[in-house]
Design a binder for this molecule. Structure first.
Ligand code: FUB
Ligand code: ZN
Length: 627
């Protein structure tokens, strides 16, 4: 199973295409400006000796620029623009100039602690930044055909490969990410050493004695010991949970520690399982997947706690304080995608889709220049979107996700094509070995569940078209060239239609998309007695802006409520809203009272909007789960 790459897919719907346009016209320029004004680009120029000055910002700020380069590269493919190509080339020139003669590239260490490379792998992110550089380089090469950054990446990867591994130095990234990046680099270059190094980083983790434990003994650690001890010790003793280094990957069954780290590790591990057929890793990933199912917000957010930016325990999913970092949902998308490629089952894409349309997409404002780092599921009205952050991992992460979203829509295997996401798009693939085929998907998803796929092979060809029947969908109908087809989904969750396909064949799929009320597991304490609204892939929320009449947090929907949906093209860039009646307690009655024996409620009209669109009309209260 292979994903159809972003270069094979072009999106032309009214949901993602406008977002990709905003990404190219607003987000990418905005983020470059932020990288410039915060000294992130200058850090490379300084490390290259092109300008004087000290390093500015946080030690892993290089990674923000690398992620921006990756996003800009995808965007050059979807929205070619010579001016932007020149801007991108200029940034790449500075990154490349900062590379040291031996291949090393990290502006913080080059400028601040040049004699202390690789000494604080646990906390100082050298390998993490390298990973983001590799991902950027591969994207740039694929989008433009230019090798400028790829050559830089390979020189650095060679240095890392010569430094770490069996018979060399013991080493691991404290923040994972380089594993999946090395896999991309290996596939792009055909260099098996990079794949072997990725496998080493995945499989060396969690073995004792730990490199992290040894590093903690260094009194002269670059970056200092404080944060390291905070995250890697308990009661003065080393423990590896924070960075998923507590057990070898094959023995891990529980999602622990820092959520983004976890998501990136599991993604890299899934890549390695795919490449090596290692069933022990695959089984562990299945166990971890089962476990994340108990630690997953309805929005596809993961990592409820700000304390470790990560996981706590099963069913602990607070709403107001949900951390649910944008990067963690993006990481979950990466992991889910790789699990699908490994297992060929739609249940992984269900989670991918949920995270994409909800927990990740909420991370960016509709105008493309305001960001959430945390994605709570309820708000007292004290949340704001930010133009940027000191620790700015999320903004360029969402930019690269949006720019490359085409890669999640289709996949191909030896016997056919998989349609995983319903997105108006055109895709080119080869089937049955070498027959070129064009797929044209038309749909108004996620607002409607009608999908038409027109298939145009260059000659009649026998293969299977697999349509994902989403987990949220209880009823569907399918017609092939106007004739009803009664096929049912297979155990992998796909409607598999095998036949000789001819140019102009059309499959019409109607996924019924009613509003449903979802209840949480009773052990999710905060949601007891509450429900959330979902329609298709979208989770809905109630915002104060639409529901002002009463004590907002007491909003309730009657069970037998008839909920109506209307598409409002003037609201929030065009959204389907859900309207119904409900009730709230009277605000006025509570003003001077802490307790009342018979509070009165009043009937009100209630309106819900898609969760991703919240906090685009100023600040206000918000709730996903209501009574
Ligand atoms: O440490 C690098 C990134 O910054 C992490 O992935 C985020 O959680 C934030 O801490
Ligand atoms: Zn982030």
């Amino acid at each position: 199973m292979r994903a159809l790459p972003f270069t094979a897919v072009s999106i032309h719907d009214r949901f993602w295409a406008p977002r990709q346009k905003t990404n190219s016209e607003a987000t990418i320029p905005h983020e470059l400006m932020q990288c410039r004004t915060t000294g992130r680009i200058d850090n490379f120029a300084k490390a290259a000796g092109l300008m004087p000055g000290d390093f500015e910002g946080i030690f892993f700020n290089d990674s923000d620029v690398h992620k921006w380069v990756e996003a800009a590269a995808y965007t050059l493919w979807t929205h070619p623009n010579p001016e932007w190509e020149a801007e991108l080339d200029e940034v790449i020139t500075k990154i490349a100039a900062s590379q040291q003669p031996d291949g090393y590239l990290n502006s913080y260490f080059t400028l601040v602690e040049p004699t202390k490379r690789w000494q604080n792998l646990g906390m100082m992110h050298e390998l993490y930044c390298a990973g983001h550089l590799f991902e950027a380089a591969v994207a740039h090469y694929q989008a433009t055909g230019k090798q400028t950054l790829l050559d830089v990446a390979c020189r650095f990867a060679d240095l890392i490969d010569n430094t770490f591994g069996p018979g060399k130095r013991d080493g691991l990234p404290g923040h994972e990410g380089i594993e999946l990046a090395l896999v991309k680099l290996a596939r792009a270059t055909g260099e098996p050493r990079y794949m072997a190094l990725a496998e080493y980083f995945v499989t060396r983790r969690g073995h004792s004695p730990s490199i992290f434990e040894k590093e903690l003994e260094n009194p002269d650690l670059p970056g200092g010991l404080g944060a390291y001890q905070h995250h890697f010790t308990r009661d003065g003793k080393y423990e590896g949970f924070y960075a998923q280094a507590h057990l070898p990957i094959q023995e891990q069954t529980e999602c622990v520690g820092h959520a983004v780290r976890g998501m990136y590790l599991y993604s890299g591990a899934a890549d390695i399982a795919y490449e090596t057929d290692d069933s022990a890793i695959t089984n562990a990933l299945e166990a971890l997947w089962q476990n994340v199912g108990k630690r997953l917000y309805i929005t596809g957010g993961v990592g409820p706690s700000g304390h470790n930016e990560g996981f706590t325990r099963d069913y602990e999913l607070p709403n107001f304080s949900a951390y649910a970092e944008t990067c963690a949902s993006i990481g979950l998308i990466f992991w889910a995608h790789r699990m699908f490629l490994l297992r060929e089952e739609s249940r992984f894409v269900d989670v991918l889709e949920t995270a994409l349309y909800n927990g990740a997409l909420s991370g960016i404002s509709l105008d493309g220049t305001g960001f959430f780092y945390q994605n709570p599921l309820a708000s007292h009205g004290d949340r704001h979107r930010h133009a940027w952050f000191g620790c700015a991992c999320c903004p360029p992460n969402i930019a690269r996700l949006l720019a490359s979203v085409g890669q999640y829509i289709y996949a191909e295997s030896d016997d056919g094509i998989y349609v995983n996401l319903y997105v108006g798009s055109t895709a080119d693939a080869l089937v049955a070995g070498n027959v070129p085929i064009r797929l044209m998907q038309e749909t108004d998803y996620p607002w409607a569940g009608d999908v038409t796929l027109t298939i145009t092979p260059t000659r009649p060809v026998h293969f299977t078209l697999n349509f994902r029947i989403p987990g949220w969908c209880d009823q569907f109908e399918v017609c092939i060239n106007g004739e009803v087809d009664t096929s049912q989904p297979n155990t992998a969750g796909y409607l598999a239609i095998t036949r000789e396909w001819r140019a102009g064949d059309r499959v019409e799929l109607q996924l019924s998309m009613p509003v449903t009320r979802v209840h949480a597991h009773p052990l999710v304490r905060e949601n007891l007695g509450r429900s959330a609204l979902r329609r298709g892939p979208l989770v809905y929320c109630f915002e104060e802006a639409d529901n002002r009449d009463g004590a907002f947090q007491t909003l309730s929907l009657a069970d037998n409520n008839a909920l109506e949906t209307t598409f409002n093209s003037d609201l929030l860039g065009g959204v389907t809203v859900i309207r119904g009646t409900g009730s709230v307690l009277n605000d006025a009655e509570w003003e001077d009272n802490l307790y009342l024996t018979a509070p009165s409620a009043k009937q009100i009209d209630v309106t819900a909007i898609p969760y991703y669109a919240w906090c685009n009309r100023g600040t206000g209260k918000m709730a996903v789960w209501v009574l």
